[in-house]
Design a protein around this ligand. Structure first.
Ligand SMILES: Cc1cc2nc3c(=O)[nH]c(=O)nc-3n(C[C@H](O)[C@H](O)[C@H](O)COP(=O)(O)OP(=O)(O)OC[C@H]3O[C@@H](n4cnc5c(N)ncnc54)[C@H](O)[C@@H]3O)c2cc1C
Length: 222
């Protein structure tokens, strides 16, 4: 498989950094081709603006989706956006590695989606959900939390993690045609001891060694 791993963490020595390095090494050792987008180290600009484009449809009023459709037609995406779209297009499996921040994606990853999931090229024109542009590809969220696992159940004080992840898994991934593999969630790595953290890295590598045989999950609607 061609695998794209996107990392959104400001500290390379973080547990998210270790999960990322484990994934890259394990998947390469298993014979897969791995591309990466380490967003902080790339200095990726998450703010969507005219800088997304080299082309201009309407110089007087910026309507991003109109400019995205135009850029799709004329090949007018800025090089840093084009490069990320091309990585997704080449991937059979996309993994996002991130810490849960405010019940969602870190801003740099949300901004990557804002800029890279462009209308025309990645969705729209009748291509959403089951007819999505990226159908045939799989995606997997690999995330860490601060809160413990029992707080992320339907009765827990944070609520059901599946519901928290649905805007990402349904509204971004399934919307653009990806099939979603069950999320890999490490609850509270900060409070764990180093032995537990090492065991989590081993379990992550074990899962990845046979990831191509996994079946997608049903994300469900809102
Ligand atoms: C803005 C913001 C919003 C947040 N919102 C939420 C929220 O909504 N919900 C929630 O639950 N939490 C929230 N948090 C907490 C956050 O999700 C956690 O702090 C984060 O997920 C922990 O992961 P980390 O990679 O940053 O851990 P780190 O603190 O980087 O790592 C944990 C430990 O693992 C160690 N480690 C690193 N590499 C290895 C290795 N190879 N082997 C063994 N140990 C290793 C590190 O040294 C460290 O001791 C928020 C935090 C911030 C900053």
């Amino acid at each position: 498989m061609n695998v794209l791993i996107v990392l959104a963490h400001p500290e390379p020595m973080s547990f998210n950094g270790a999960m990322f390095e484990t994934a890259v090494a394990t998947l390469r050792a298993a014979g897969h081709t791995v591309a990466t987008s380490d967003l902080y180290r790339m200095g990726f600009d998450p703010a969507s603006s005219r800088r997304n484009f080299t082309s201009v449809k309407d110089p007087d009023y910026l309507k991003l989706q109109i400019e995205e459709l135009h850029a799709t037609e004329v090949g007018g995406f800025a090089p840093e956006v084009e490069a990320e779209i091309a990585k997704i297009e080449a991937a059979d499996l996309m993994i996002w590695q991130f810490p849960l921040w405010w019940f969602g994606l870190p801003g740099i990853l949300k901004g990557w989606v804002d800029r890279v999931f462009a209308m025309g090229r990645t969705y729209g024109l009748g291509h959403i959900y089951d007819t999505g542009v990226f159908r045939g590809k799989c995606a997997l969220l690999s995330l860490t939390t601060g809160g413990p696992g029992e707080s992320y159940t339907a009765d827990g004080f944070n609520g059901d993690i599946e519901a928290i992840l649905r805007p990402i898994q349904r509204g971004m991934l399934e919307f653009t045609g990806f099939q979603v593999l069950p999320a890999h969630i490490i609850y509270g790595p900060v409070r764990a001891d180093s032995g537990q953290r090492e065991a989590w890295l081993v379990a992550w590598a074990e899962r990845l060694r046979t990831i191509e045989h996994e079946s997608p999950m049903t994300v469900g609607r809102y």
